[in-house]
Design a protein around this ligand. Structure first.
Ligand SMILES: Cc1cc2nc3c(=O)[nH]c(=O)nc-3n(C[C@H](O)[C@H](O)[C@H](O)COP(=O)(O)OP(=O)(O)OC[C@H]3O[C@@H](n4cnc5c(N)ncnc54)[C@H](O)[C@@H]3O)c2cc1C
Length: 234
């Protein structure tokens, strides 16, 4: 993983093979889409039927301490252990466990995108993390012709999101940045770019109530700048 200043000066590198050997397993860069497909394929191989278009509206407790999950379409379910994985924004499961699911804006915009092109290619499979002042651009190659990337900018207030403008916004902010950054922006179609006003929430001490547990971002949402992940709370 290379860290590079926005003017292309080298700031240093971390050998991911070394951290892999310390951890005892390899890290893997994968597109979320591909990861989802692997999970779906695995579930289907177990014969699990996935029910789409079920929006949770509320979770309540039925005596003696059993969570009942209500969906917008009128369905309601109970289970031995319901698992709430409804993310960092206003998660119903988090509200059930903690009574509060307020998400907090952290003064950071991230434009994220997927670059896929046979034309341009990345010279090495190495994460490149470009740093400016209050600005950052990270590129994570998956192959020499495919990468996901994120351009980040500190921004105090939440503003507009207009997908038609995303590319022009990036071109303007990262105009003088090194060539790989330019290549990502220029060669990513606008429909594969998203703009996120990044939120997290305060840590909570307990990740369950009665028989329902919260996992993932609903329990502990990392910022893309910190990667603090899910440290256990004593
Ligand atoms: C800008 C940004 C960049 C990131 N980059 C990386 C990265 O490079 N690598 C990495 O490992 N992590 C990254 N992360 C973190 C990573 O995206 C999250 O940790 C991860 O997606 C959490 O997965 P999750 O399943 O808990 O929540 P989510 O991925 O948020 O999934 C929650 C799901 O629940 C659904 N949902 C919400 N409410 C309801 C409801 N009421 N009823 C039914 N469904 C509902 C949502 O539609 C969504 O599909 C990034 C995060 C951000 C914000």
């Amino acid at each position: 993983m290379r860290r590079i200043y926005s003017t292309n000066e080298n700031l240093g590198a971390i050998d991911i093979e070394l951290t892999n050997s310390h951890m005892g397993y390899s890290s893997l860069s994968i597109l979320r889409n591909d990861f989802h497909n692997i999970l779906i394929w695995k579930l289907e191989s177990f014969g699990v039927a996935i029910q789409y278009a079920h929006v949770v509206t509320n979770i309540e407790t039925k005596e003696p301490g059993q969570a009942v999950v209500h969906f917008q379409n009128g369905v309601q379910i109970t289970a031995d252990v319901p698992i709430g994985a409804d993310g960092r924004i206003a998660a119903c499961a988090r509200r059930y466990v903690y009574d509060d699911n307020a998400h907090l804006y952290q003064g950071l915009i991230n434009w994220i995108g997927v670059y896929e092109s046979e034309a341009g290619y990345l010279e090495e499979i190495a994460v490149a993390d470009y740093w400016g002042v209050g600005e950052r651009f990270g590129i994570v190659p998956v192959t020499k012709h495919k990468a996901y990337w994120a351009g980040g900018v500190a921004c105090a207030d939440i503003g507009q999101r207009n997908p038609a403008e995303y590319k022009a916004e990036l071109v303007s902010i990262f105009a003088d940045w090194p060539q790989p950054v330019q290549m990502m922006i220029a060669r990513t179609p606008v429909e594969r770019i998203n703009k996120i006003y990044v939120h997290d929430h305060d840590p909570i001490q307990t990740w369950h109530k009665h028989n329902l547990i919260v996992i993932g971002d609903a329990a502990h949402a990392p910022l893309p700048t910190s990667g603090q992940g899910s440290l256990p709370i004593a």
